[in-house]
Design a protein around this ligand. Structure first.
Ligand SMILES: Cc1cc2nc3c(=O)[nH]c(=O)nc-3n(C[C@H](O)[C@H](O)[C@H](O)COP(=O)(O)O)c2cc1C
Length: 247
């Protein structure tokens, strides 16, 4: 074990480095394994998502070139197909092989510790509220109905575009899905997974001509309260606002 520096981030990175010795060492703690999918009671309101239309195709290289963090949105709704496209491109199941349901973004060990919610402010056919993305059914599940624009602005250190966006993606982490395998190093992978997911979302939004901005500055506990995160198990990781842009 390396000498502690007193800076927790640095100490964490040092103490979770792989070395030939650490890989050989016997694990000291056994972590219970959390389920791959978060489930809600059967009476939860559900909204199936439509398939992603072929008309969404757009040149990949152009999207990479055009992608920018955009924060000025029009007061217009996005439609349900656009929301479905964004969810699919970020966390949709794209292949099933050998009992693994692989998703659009890579995940360490295909353990998928990142959970997706959307705060719907203005999406056609979707009532405003906090919705959970149910990955295997490609559906939304209503967590709490209502207008969460102000709560998100406040939770996001007063960043106003979290209220003017059409939808805000909220990603949490359920470390119990990956701690059993990667132990403390799982925290590194959780944030790498989230980066991949948000990268996909950002490019998908660009492909749809929508504006997107990642957000990591927020009050963690307030974000966790908004999605009713499971105590001691689920932590806020990342947000992204998406909205219509002026042409
Ligand atoms: C991890 C991460 C956190 C970010 N957090 C915020 C944020 O809280 N607020 C914000 O306005 N932009 C945020 N951004 C967007 C950056 O400011 C933006 O990516 C950067 O200025 C580069 O611009 P570009 O994305 O247009 O290339 C974040 C980006 C990343 C990758």
């Amino acid at each position: 074990m390396s000498q502690k520096t007193g800076a927790i981030g640095l100490d964490y990175l040092r103490e979770t480095r792989y070395s030939r010795e650490s890989l050989r060492a016997e694990p000291l703690v056994q972590y219970p394994r959390s389920p791959l999918y978060k489930t809600y009671p059967p009476e939860t309101q559900r909204l199936p998502l439509p398939a992603v239309p072929a008309s969404f195709r757009r040149d990949f290289w152009q999207c990479v070139k055009e992608r920018r963090s955009q924060r000025d949105y029009l007061e217009q709704a996005i439609n349900l197909e656009e929301l479905a496209g964004l969810l699919w491109a970020s966390q949709g199941i794209t292949a099933v092989q050998h009992h693994f349901a692989f998703r659009a973004a890579p995940s360490a060990g295909a353990l998928y510790p990142v959970e997706t919610y959307v705060a719907v402010h203005r999406v056609e056919e979707v009532p405003p509220g906090i919705w959970h993305f149910q990955v295997p059914q490609f559906a939304l599940e209503l967590v709490t109905p209502g207008d969460f624009r102000r709560s998100l602005v406040l939770a996001g250190l007063n960043q106003q575009f979290l209220g003017t966006a059409a939808v805000v993606f909220i990603w949490t982490g359920i470390l119990g899905r990956s701690l059993w395998k990667y132990r403390q190093r799982a925290v590194r992978y959780l944030f790498l997974d989230a980066g991949h997911i948000c990268g996909n979302l950002h490019l998908a939004a660009t492909a749809l001509g929508l504006g997107c901005c990642p957000v990591a500055a927020f009050f963690d506990a307030e974000v966790e309260a908004l999605v009713h995160a499971q105590a001691d198990e689920e932590v806020a990781v990342y947000l992204a606002a998406v909205g219509k842009l002026a042409k």
